[in-house]
Every structure is written in C-alpha cells, then in structure tokens.
Design a protein around this ligand. Structure first.
Ligand code: 1JT
Length: 263
C-alpha cells in the first residue's frame, strides 16, 4: 500500500545524496508523494539538481532561511506550483565549526545566535509560512539529536539549539493542533552526512554507538526516511508534539557500557 498517494511534501535541507533529507525524499517518493526541494546555498545547486531529476521533482528552490524575504518567496512559488501542501520537512541545522569543538563555555554571542537562528527559528518561520498551504491539515517534521537531552562531547551549542528545537516542536504542535497540523521530531542517531563530515572525532563516535547501542549498529538515512514516512502519513494521525528516536536504541541506556566488557 502506498502511504502518501496524492500527498505533496516540501523538503528543506537537501544538500547531497548523503543528506537525511534525501533518505526522506526517497521514502516519500516510493510511497507516491509529489515532492518539492529547497537547499541553502548556490554551491549546492549542482548536487541537488541531479537528485531532483532522479525523482522527477520539478520544484527546486534556493532558500536562505535566515532571510524572511527568501522564506516568503519560496512559499509564494510553492503556492503557485502546488496550490496546497500536506507535509513540511525541516532538515536544517548550522553552527560555526569553532563552536563544535573546545569548551561550550567559550561559545560566542554571535555563534550562539547563528546556531539558534538557522537551526531553530527557521522551523518557526517555515511553519508559519506553510500554514496557509495546509488549510486541510498537514504534518511538519524536524530532525534532532540526543545532544539536546544529554551532554555529548563537542556537540556544545548544537545541543542547546536542538533542545530549543524539541521545545519548539511541542509549542508548535500545541499551537497548530487545532488547525489539524501535526508537528513532530525525529531524533536520529549519528549518521555520516556533509554536516557531520569534518566534525572532529565523528568516526570514533560512530564506532562508540555501534559497540553499545541495543541493536549493535548505527542507523542510516533510509531508516530515518521510513520513520518519517510513518510520522507524516495517516498511520501517525494521532501523534503530535513527539520526539521519536531512530537511534538503534542508544538513548535508552543508563550506563552505556557494552555488556561483554562487564564479564
Ligand atoms: C550540525 C552539524 C548539526 C553536525 C550535526 C548536527 N546534528 C548532528 N550532527 C552530527 C554530530 C555532530 C557533532 C557531534 C555529534 C553528532 C555540523 C554543522 C552544523 C550543524 O558531537 C558529538 C559535533
């Protein structure tokens, strides 16, 4: 059974074939959704266009989510192109490299503001812009990470941003629920994407999770895509304001030591 037949989804945060947004796009496409893509900076166009072509997507727009006029312009074009939409995917985050290393204590005012502006306020701005296109209800989904909840070395200001993102998910869910719009988040385990590449020690972290997570492995973009499919389909019609972990179970552990090391 196709879960998104006749549904229209706008996906923000596509960068390349490793993007979580791409995992979501493929799952949605397989289930019959009509898609639109948005990416952040001009340099990504040559990566995003071939992906759009692969899925027959002919709505592809650049959008700097820190600019109100960019957000307005994309949704103006989306209104012309789609009329209405059913699904909004927010797969956007940014922090300055220097704020993802060293001490959290040293986070600058501007680094803090940038991380929260790009990674959190953008969800509020996009949701507000999407609301008029969701007159018959809809589903909004964002991406988070465990560093929102517990201290993870180096995640620093992004952890604070993700905590605010998860809280924003709940406030938006309460605000938009009466309009028939659900708002949820997926907290994904670490995945090697363009954002994660170049983060010091990221590969070590993948190994750490693989040794300890209940499923003894990492997760991939396809698995986030499948859970996104569920959350944005009618199967999750009663679910809103929720943070769903797609992390091979890592977050349930109170003392993340692999049992074999206890022998
Ligand atoms: C951003 C980056 C958001 C990396 C991200 C992210 N959300 C998850 N990751 C992967 C990650 C990164 C670190 C980490 C654990 C996971 C990079 C740039 C902008 C936004 O630390 C333990 C640092």
């Amino acid at each position: 059974m196709k879960l998104l037949e006749g549904k229209k989804a706008l996906i923000f945060g596509l960068a390349n074939q490793r993007s979580i947004a791409w995992g979501i796009a493929q799952a949605f496409h397989e289930h019959g959704a009509e898609l639109g893509f948005s990416y952040a900076v001009p340099q990504l166009e040559r990566r995003v266009m071939p992906l759009a072509e692969q899925l027959g997507v002919n709505f592809v727009e650049i959008c700097d989510v820190t600019k109100d006029e960019d957000v307005t312009a994309v949704f103006h074009k989306a209104t012309d192109h789609f009329g209405n939409i059913d699904i909004l995917i927010h797969a956007i985050a940014f922090a300055e490299r220097q704020d993802l290393e060293g001490r959290f204590l040293n986070t600058s005012r501007s680094g803090f503001a940038t991380a929260l502006n790009v990674s959190v306020y953008s969800l509020v701005a996009l949701s507000r812009a999407a609301k008029p296109l969701m007159a018959s209800g809809g589903s909004i989904l964002t991406l988070s990470y465990y560093g929102a909840e517990k201290v993870v070395p180096h995640y620093n200001v992004m952890g604070v941003a993700k905590a605010a993102l998860e809280a924003s998910t709940r406030y938006l869910a309460a605000d938009l629920g009466p309009d028939g719009i659900r708002v949820n988040a997926i907290s994904a385990g670490p995945i090697k994407t363009l954002s994660a590449a170049g983060v010091a020690g990221f590969r070590k972290m993948l190994g750490y999770v693989e040794e300890r997570a209940p499923l003894r492995r990492n997760i991939d973009q396809d698995e986030v895509g499948k859970s996104a499919l569920w959350l944005c389909s009618d199967l999750a019609s009663g679910v809103t304001g929720e943070v769903v972990y797609v992390d091979a179970g890592y977050h349930i552990l109170g003392m993340p030591e692999p049992p074999e090391k206890w022998e």
